[in-house]
Ligand binder design. Structure first.
Ligand code: NAP
Length: 283
């Protein structure tokens, strides 16, 4: 079998075009959606992520406000800045780029963001909304993975989904979204003794580990859908995922590439969350 490529770049483009259409309608009513992005310090990867988010906002007609601070910024000043943005009616989403410098408690910062503006969906309240099935912001990466899975046309009801990884930002919310879609869900992690025992039973595998070649061809059931969240570098320094793409694409029915799979969807879903926040505030 040779898997169909799930094209995250194309799907993200379609979603961003729809965001742009709806953002223009809000802007015409004087309610342009606004996202505040806060970057503390000089982490090179964070600078790239932030730049891409700001660029994507501009292209979709969202206003973005980028606030850059020195790595020595006191925690109290960051919290005060978040308070001010919480009260700013022109801002519908607030994103603080992680990781933060060591002296700043990321939990305190995330919880300081108003739940109404938590477009990353990382706060305990947003996580609780997801857990209990209430409406709320879904974390952008797993939200994007769900859209990629939906794009294959699969009905997840009764399907067995295996998530590898249990981080608060990817693995756990991913498992909850799959559960909400009526899949039977298994979560694997670093203490799972034999990953293959689980993944070989899966109709859908989502790999969110951060280690290349975590999922290889002999670990995949023929016809499975494989979503690769991982972002790693191979020996040649090229970006690669957690999945042995060449091998697994011979077995799976559909697979996301890295790059061009989950990455573009993460940014697209950030725009969706910000737009929906603005639409709700304008309703
Ligand atoms: P993380 O917080 O480091 O979590 C990694 C998870 O993988 C942990 O739950 C860990 O288990 C598990 N794990 C580690 N080694 C394992 C093994 N040998 N077998 C099974 N599970 C194992 O990372 P993350 O933030 O979830 O991100 C995961 C990957 O996705 C990274 O490569 C990251 O760069 C990428 N990512 C990509 C995007 C995107 O937009 N494309 C967005 C977010 C993240 P324990 O809990 O037991 O330690």
């Amino acid at each position: 079998m040779s898997a169909r490529l799930i094209d995250g770049t194309a799907l993200a483009r379609t979603i961003r075009a729809e965001v742009a259409r709806r953002a223009a309608a809000l802007t015409a009513r004087g309610r342009q959606p606004g996202l505040a992005v806060i970057l503390v310090g000089e982490d090179p990867a964070s600078q790239v992520y932030v730049r891409n988010k700001v660029k994507a906002c501009g292209e979709a007609g969202l206003r973005s406000v980028l606030e850059r601070y020195d790595a020595a910024l006191p925690e109290a000043e960051l919290l005060a800045r978040i308070d001010a943005l919480n009260a700013d009616a022109s801002i519908h989403g607030i994103l603080v780029q992680m990781p933060l410098p060591k002296h700043i408690d990321p939990h305190k910062v995330i919880e300081a963001i108003s739940t109404r503006k938590d477009v990353d969906g990382y706060s305990a309240l947003s996580a609780g909304e997801l857990l209990t099935g209430l409406p709320g912001f879904r974390p952008c990466t797993p939200y994007g993975c769900m859209k990629l899975i939906e794009s294959t046309g699969v009905d997840l009801r009764g399907k067995h989904a295996v998530v590898i990884g249990r981080s608060n930002t990817v693995g756990k919310p991913m498992a909850l979204l799959l559960l909400q879609a009526n899949a039977t869900v298994t979560i694997c992690h670093s203490a799972t003794p034999d990953l293959g025992v689980h993944t070989r039973q899966a109709d859908v595998v989502v790999a969110a580990v951060g280690r290349r070649n975590t999922l290889t061809a002999e670990m995949v059931k023929p016809g499975a859908i494989v979503i690769d969240v991982g972002m790693n570098r191979n020996d040649a320094g090229k970006l690669c995922g957690d999945v042995d793409f060449d091998g697994v694409s011979q077995v799976a029915s559909a697979i996301t590439p890295v790059p061009g799979g989950v990455g573009p969807m993460t940014i697209a879903m950030l725009l969706v969350n910000t737009l929906q926040s603005a639409e709700r505030e304008s309703a």
